[in-house]
Design a protein. Sequence first.
Length: 668
Amino acid sequence: MLKCMYCHKKFLGGGIHRIKEHLARHKGNASCCPNVPVEVQHAMQQSLDGAAVRKKRKMKLAEEVKKLNPNQLDTGEVEGQMVQLQIPDIFDPAAVQMEVKEEAVAKAPERGRKRRTRHSSPASAPLAQLALPSVSDANLSKTHTGPMVDKDQAYMAIFRCLYEGGAPLDIVNSKYFQPMIDAIAAVGGLQKPSYYDASGYFLKRTIEEVNGLLERYKATWSRTGCSVLADEWTTENGKTLINFLVYCPEGTMFLKSVDASHIVASPDTLYDLLKHIVEEVGVKNVVQVITNNTESHVIAGKRLTDTFPTLFWTPCASPCIDGMLEDIGKQETISEVIENAKSITSFIYSHAVVLNMMKKYTNGKDLLLPCETRSAMNFLTLKSMIGLKDELRAMVASEEWMNCPYSKKPAGIAISNLISNLLFWSSCAAIVRITEPLVRVLKLVDSSSRPAMGYIHVGMHQAKEAIKKELVKKQDYMPYWDIIDWRWDRRLPRPLHAAGFFLNPRFFYSIQGEVSNEISSGMLDCIERLVPEAKVQDKIQKELNLYKSAAGDFGRKMAVRARHTLLPGKKTFCRCLLMLCVCLSVFLNNYFLCPVLIIAEWWSTYGGACPNLTRLAIRVLSQTCSSRVCERKHIPFEQIHNQRVNCMEHQRLSDLLFVRYNLRLQQR
C-alpha cells in the first residue's frame, strides 16, 4: 500500500506509475492530488514524460532487432545479438532522464521492476556501463520541452543545487558563472552531464585550456623574467603545506602543492625542494625565489643563490610588514585605544538591535572591514570608525538609543561614554596617521594588479617619514623606527628593492643630492648577479651614466613629462593605463604615481640608446615582493596529501586542484 504524503490518500494497487499520475494531477487512472506543490507536480510530469520516451525507444529498438532477426520475437532472447549493434546508432544519451526521488514513493516495487528489466535492452543500462565515444557538446544538448518557468523559479533551481552541494555562495561572483548561464540559454537547455563527463573528458579539455594560457605566460619569461613564490601555510590539521607558483606581469600560475611538514625544519631538504622547482621553471628565467624568513629558509636561500649565481633569494615582504603593524599595536598607548575600539565593535555586533540601529545611522556601512591579517584589520577598523564618527555619536545621542534596553546596561553606558569622548577620537586619528602608510605598503605588496618592486623601497621610507611627521620628537618616533628597522632586518640586504627604486625614473630623478650607498650597492649587485657576462656588465655600466645624467633620449622633454604622466600609444592601452594611474594615485595618496606598466613603457620608449640597461630594468621592475597570492578557501589542498587516496583518485584530485587554482588566479 502506498500513501500520498501531501493529501494522505491511500493506494491499494496500481504501483508507482499510478501515484506519479496522482502527483502530476493526471485525470483517469488516479484522482488528482489537491495539495501537491508546483515543483513536485512538474517533476512528476517530467518523470512520466521520460518514461514515455523510454518506452517508445524501447519499442523502436525491438523493431530494429526484429528487422535483423525476424525469427526472434522476445528481446530477452536476442541479447547477444543486440550487443553486436553499433550502440551510438541506436542509443541517444539525451533521452535518458533520471527519475525524481520522492519520500512518498516506496522503493521496493521500483527495485523489483528494475531487476526484471535490467537485461531487457541496453537503453536501460547506466550511461557509465556503455562503451560510448567521448562526450561532446552536441551529445549533451537538448531542446527544452518542459513547462516554462519564470526567473525566480530558475534562480531557485540554481541555488537549490548550490545549497545541496555545499558550493561556496561567492561562486556567483565568478567570471565564469554568467558565461555558463548564457551558454545554457543559447543551447536551449541541457541534459545534465554525468560524473564521468565532469571528471574525465571535460576535465581534460579544461586542463588543456589552462595549459594553453600558461604557455602564453611562459612566452614572456625570457623578456620580463619571473619570480618563484613559495606560499607556505599551516592547515587546520597542523600540516605545513607549500604552494609553489610562478609570477610574471602577464599573470601568476600555480605549479604544485607540497606537504612540507617534515621539510621546513631541515635546510638541506628545503634547499633540494627549492632547487628542483627552479630547475623545473628554468634557471635562466628566474629572477628571484621568495620564501618565508625563518632560519631554515635563510640557510636554504643562501645555498640556492650559491648554486644558481644568476638569481636572488628574497624574504617575503608581507609577513615583515604585518609583523611591524603587530608590534606597533602592542605599544601601550596604542593597544589601549585598540582595546577600546574593540569593545565598541564587539558590543554593537553582539546585539542585533544595536547593529540594526548602527546601520540605520551609517546608511548600511560596516565598522569592521575584511582583511587577511588581524593586525592590519585593527588599523583599518580604526580608520573606518573615524569615517563614521559623526554617525556613531548621533546614534548614542538619539532618543532611539535612549529607549533601547541595551543603553541602560553597564556595557551600553560605557560604550556611549566612549563614543562621546573626544580624546578617544583624537587618539584614533593619530594612530591612523602613524600606521596608514604601512597599511598602504602592505596592500601594495599584496596587490595583484601591479608588480611592487619599483615601489617597496620608497614605500618603507614614506612610512617612516609619516611617523616622524606625526610624533615630531625623536624620543617619540624612534621606538617605531626601531620596530620597522628590526623587522625589515638590515642583516638581510634586498638589492632588488634598491634596484627597483633606482630604476624607477619617478623616484630616482627626485633625489636631492647623492644617491645613498645602499641604493647604489643594490643596483651593482643586481648587475653582477642578473647579468653574468662581463662584457654586458661593462656596457650597462656605461649606459648607467646616460641614465644618471638624463642624457640623450632620457633628457627629452617628453621623457621628463612621461616620468609622471602617461605615454602616447595605442588608445586602448593608454586608456587602461590612465585608469590604473588614477586609481593608484588616489589609493596611495600620490606616493606612487607611476604604475610599473608605464615604467616599462618608459624604458622601452626612451631607453633605445641603452638596450642592455633597458632589458635589466624591465626584468627588475617586473617582479613582485610577496609570496602571498589569492585565497585558498574551498580548494582541497589537504585532500591531495591524504596517503589513503588511491593513485587514480589522487591524480583526479591533483588535476582538479591545478585547474581550480589557476582559474581562480586568472580572476585576480
